[in-house]
Design a binder for this molecule. Structure first.
Ligand code: FAD
Length: 292
């Protein structure tokens, strides 16, 4: 099932993100966690792809398993920046052969050792190069792209960021998923600007439930997201009490989702990070709204 078709639903639906194991020994436990999440029957599940090949070899295996065993549509992430044409073409071929219809086309982060290097001769410099390659390989792929309500950290300003985003969408993205954000007003402003920039594809907001205090620093470093005072107070109050922090973080994410839905957004992507209990609690908190 193509994600673009799932997005036509007019009532709230949730999708969950998982990531593949970093080592072979972790494979079984990660597979189990992703299956537990699949049992919740989300609208779809996305499986991330480790830039630089770290955890990339298991992305397809996890995606294929979720789809085959639980009938949950999957979105396989793929990055391109430090890859050769040959590797990317092999990966695309494998995705096609696995019967995966949905691909998240990403540039990936520039590996530390290559920061500042001359990129002019690289096979892939931006996600748009991968979007074009995917479209050429299979015009039938449903392609997603990433977008940034608080602008991508490498962009000089939002105008530039949106101009590049428009080019990426015009190259063939069917939908966009946002970076995490903790203040819904940032998303509403972004949606306004994105439409003003002439980008009309569906935007899926990404919500990250923060369930422990250490995660806050990591999430902010990774995404550059703004932490509202309301969220900071919650971490100050509960940060040293793990169970309370988890409960508060899940409540905060739930509240964000309810507000998004109340403001007309029907599809929300939850960065569930291989935590079935977190995915389950969020779904349970919304059970009457979701009709589940
Ligand atoms: P791009 O769209 O290429 O944009 C990157 C930067 O380049 C932006 O500043 C953009 O404005 C600029 N740019 C784009 N095109 C041009 C151009 N033609 N000329 C000049 N500048 C340009 N990372 C992973 O490793 N694995 C994952 O599975 C993964 N999943 C993600 C899922 C989501 C929803 C999001 C939001 C991010 C994800 N990431 C993942 C992180 C992502 O790889 C990084 O944020 C990366 O730095 C940018 O990727 P992109 O696809 O947005 O790049």
């Amino acid at each position: 099932m193509k994600i673009i078709d799932l997005l036509k639903k007019e009532t709230l639906s949730l999708s969950f993100e998982v990531f593949p194991p970093k080592t072979e020994t972790a494979f079984e436990s990660v597979k189990y966690a992703t299956e537990e999440i699949a049992r919740l029957h989300p609208a779809f599940m996305s499986v991330t792809y480790g830039a630089g090949g770290g955890t990339s070899r298991y992305t397809l295996e996890i995606a294929r398993n979720i789809k085959a065993a639980y009938g949950v549509p999957t979105l396989a992430h793929l990055t391109c920046v430090s890859s050769t044409k040959e590797t990317v073409r092999e990966k695309i071929k494998a995705i096609k052969e696995a019967g995966i219809e949905n691909v998240m086309a990403l540039r990936g982060d520039i590996p530390k050792e290559l920061e500042g290097a001359d990129r002019s001769a690289w096979d892939y410099r931006y996600a748009i190069d991968l979007v074009r390659e995917l479209k050429e390989a299979n015009p039938d792929f449903c392609i997603g792209g990433a977008c940034y309500p608080e602008i991508h950290p490498e962009s000089v300003n939002q105008r530039e960021d949106l101009a590049r985003l428009k080019e990426k969408v015009d190259a063939g993205c069917d939908f966009l998923t946002t970076q995490m954000f903790f203040d819904n007003n940032l998303l509403y402003n972004f949606l306004y600007k994105i439409r003003e920039a002439g980008i009309t594809v569906p935007i899926i907001p990404g919500i990250m439930p923060i369930t422990n205090a250490n995660q806050v620093e990591r999430a902010v470093k990774l995404s550059g997201s703004f932490m509202p005072q309301r969220f900071k107070s919650l971490v100050d109050k509960f940060g040293s009490a793990p169970d309370a922090m988890k409960q508060a973080g899940i409540a905060y994410a739930t509240d964000q989702i309810i507000d998004l839905y109340a403001n007309g957004i029907t599809n929300v992507h939850v960065y569930s990070m291989n935590k079935p209990d977190v995915a389950e609690k969020i779904q349970a908190n919304l059970s009457d709204i979701l009709g589940k």
